[in-house]
Ligand binder design. Sequence first.
Ligand code: FPP
Length: 257
Amino acid sequence: MRLKLNKLLGRGEKKEYPVPPAQKLPGHIAFIMDGNGRWAKQRGLPRSAGHSAGTEALREIIRTCSDIGISSMSIYAFSTENWARPADEVQALMKLINRYFLSEIDELDEKGVRITIMGDVDAFEEEQRSVLLRAMERTKNNQGLKLNIALNYGGRAEIVKAAQELARACAKGEMSPDQIDMDALSGHMYTAGQGDVDLLIRTGGDERISNFMLWQSWYTEIIFEPCYWPDYNRQTLLKNLNQFAARDRRFGKVKEK
Ligand code: FPP
C-alpha cells in the first residue's frame, strides 16, 4: 500500500530551499494537516486513502523537524469534532493512528523524539489507549524533538481543563486565586514546559484555526499553504520556514530602531 501511495503522491514542492539559520527557526511549529479527503477525491480514491497518504507526508515532516533541530512540533491528528465523521472513516483513521504508533515508535525513540498526546485519551478503546500511553511513557525522558499529537483534542476544552485543575488546587488550599496568572495556566496545558507556538501551518486552502492550540497561539505567525496535506513535503516546509524567517515579529510592541 505504501509503495502504491508513494507513486501517487508526486510529492508536491520540487524547488529546493535552504534551511534558514538556527536563530531564525521557530522553536515550536504546529500543523493543521488538512486536505487529505480532497486529495483522495481528486484521484477517485476513498477518503481513508487520503489519510494514509497524509501519514507518509507526516513521516517526512517529523524527520525534517527532528533533523533541523526544531524544539517542538504539534500536529492536529483528530479533533473532538472529528467523531461526527462517517463511522467507517473514523474507524479507518483510528486503525491508521494505531498502526502508525506501532510501526514508528522504534525510529522515533531512536531519534530522541518525546511524544505527548494532547487530548482526552479516555475516549479511545482500551487497546488503543494503552498503545498511546506506552508511547508517551517510553519516550518521556528523550531529549530531542518534542512531538505533541492532538487526539480527541479541542483548544477550548484544553483551557477548561487547565482552569478546572487550578480551581481544584485553590479549593484544596494549595494555591490562592491571586496566584492564577498566565504562567500558571500555561503550566496546565498539555504543552507545559514548552514554548508557545511560533508558527502555525495549515494546508488545504481553508484559512481558520479550527479550535487548535488557542492558548498557545497568542502571537503565532500563520501560514496558509494551499496544497493538500499529502502533497506537503520537506521542500514545502523549508519554503514555509524561509517565509517565517522573513517575518517581522513584534509581539504587540513597536520595534526598536
Ligand atoms: C484533515 O483532512 C485531516 C484529518 C482529520 C486527519 C489527519 C490525520 C493524518 C494526516 C494521518 C494520521 C495521523 C497520525 C498521527 C498517524 P480532511 O479529512 O478534513 O480533508 P478534507 O478537508 O479534504 O476533507
